[in-house]
Design a protein around this ligand. Structure first.
Ligand code: HEC
Length: 192
């Protein structure tokens, strides 16, 4: 994968930072790579890049306006930012969960099985490794303290104002009451 950051695109990145949304770097010839040949190392790099992009943006928003404004930001930007990574790499990248917040992120039966497997491994203190099938590459998404501000216990980790807004934006939300170091879902990359 060749990444070219021209002076123009660097300038663009800075402009976008001031607009609060940090966009991924520009990459060229992504579609030229045959999907079958993509190495697990590259897929791991794409998954990491996606996580970082989302977390960087959420972190920025937290600093600017606290969890309430970060929540609104996620509501509007989480899907487009994830899609920007899909477009950049020419692969479908998504986040899925057994306890989804956005109904678009519902895990299918294969993903649910894997989430259960990761949960067992985490409880047993095993290392959670990426899984590759013929069609997909998966990595677990595990909670840390920061996640709990929007996915923890209302009243304890989630401020009442934030909890109210979540209920308003996601009437069928299931993604609350997490503790630290729990499997929150998967990052899924369709490779075939
Ligand atoms: C500022 C609030 C906030 C924080 C902090 C936050 N999230 Fe979320 N999360 C959301 C919102 C809002 C959505 C739904 C986004 C959408 O509608 O696309 C979401 C969706 C998700 C999804 C997609 C599945 C689903 O339920 O829709 C995953 C996975 C996820 N979050 C994991 C995490 C993890 C892991 C962390 C910490 C590293 C974290 N989140 C931190 C607000 C937050």
């Amino acid at each position: 994968m060749i990444k070219v950051l021209t002076v123009g695109s660097i300038a663009l990145l800075f402009t976008q930072c001031t607009n609060k949304i940090v966009q991924p770097e520009v990459s060229v010839n992504n579609m030229a790579v045959a999907k079958q040949t993509i190495s697990s190392d590259s897929l791991h790099a794409f998954a990491t890049e996606t996580k970082k992009l989302l977390m960087k943006n959420v972190g920025e928003q937290m600093k600017i306006g606290g969890p309430e404004s970060a929540l609104e930001f996620c509501n509007i930007q989480a899907m487009p930012l994830t899609k920007s990574m899909s477009d950049k790499h020419g692969l479908v990248i998504s986040r899925v969960s057994d306890k989804r917040r956005n109904p678009k992120n519902i895990a299918n039966s294969e993903e649910l099985k894997l989430i259960e497997q990761y949960k067992k491994q985490l409880l047993a203190g095993e290392l959670l490794k990426p899984v590759r099938t013929e069609t997909h590459y998966y990595e677990p998404l595990v909670t840390n303290a920061m996640c709990l501000q929007c996915h923890g216990e209302p009243g304890k980790n989630v401020q009442p104002k934030v909890a109210a807004k979540i209920a308003d934006l996601y009437p069928n939300d299931l993604a609350m009451d997490y503790q630290e170091n729990e499997v929150r879902g998967l990052i899924s990359i369709k490779t075939n």
